[in-house]
Design a protein around this ligand. Structure first.
Ligand SMILES: [Zn+2]
Length: 180
């Protein structure tokens, strides 16, 4: 029996996972999922400290085996000082498209003692839906408090994504094959 040839199109599905944490700091605005939340402290960091966007960006980059966010946007590079983290997400989406994938769904968990995320989750989901160009129904946002973890002064985010080979990519790959 001949060996099955290696598929030229790669897998139809890929998963990605990202994690991030930032420390709360007085005097900076709090941004989570691209939304500014009213809170006495924000998240410190080289960019705007948006812990959720960073975890999602790393999940997307990891899913297409691209370099991680810290490698692409070095914290020692002055260009990213105070940068809007949506820029990092845009780069990850560009790489996803280049690789021929689109997002099937995204799930995320935020872990922070304050502020309560529940009242803002709908707004964050709507905004992420615009940033990622997917429906709100494809986005999960969960929030928990860090019981017994001793991380009350930090915000932590986990994100998992499932990618699906994009329809346009399937078509173009198939037509390339036929002309061989
Ligand atoms: Zn970060």
């Amino acid at each position: 029996m001949p060996l099955k040839p290696k598929s030229p199109v790669g897998p139809n599905f890929r998963i990605g996972y990202g994690w991030d944490s930032h420390e709360f700091k007085a005097g900076v605005p709090l941004k989570i999922g691209g939304i500014a939340l009213d809170h006495p402290k924000g998240l410190g960091g080289h960019s705007d400290g948006d812990v959720l966007l960073h975890a999602i960006t790393d999940a997307l980059l990891g899913a297409v085996a691209a370099p991680d966010i810290g490698t692409l946007f070095s914290p020692s590079d002055p260009r990213w000082k105070g940068a809007d983290s949506a820029l990092f997400l845009e780069e990850a989406l560009r790489r996803l498209q280049d690789a021929g994938y689109e997002i099937a769904n995204l799930d995320s968990t935020l872990i922070l003692s304050q502020p309560k995320i529940g009242p803002h989750a709908g707004r964050i989901r709507q905004h992420l839906s615009k940033l990622l160009n997917i429906a709100p129904e494809q986005i999960g946002i969960k929030a928990k408090t860090p019981e017994g973890m001793g991380t009350d002064n930090a915000a932590i985010a986990h994100a998992a994504v499932l990618l699906e080979r994009s329809q346009s990519s399937r078509r173009s790959r198939v037509s390339t094959k036929k002309t061989r």
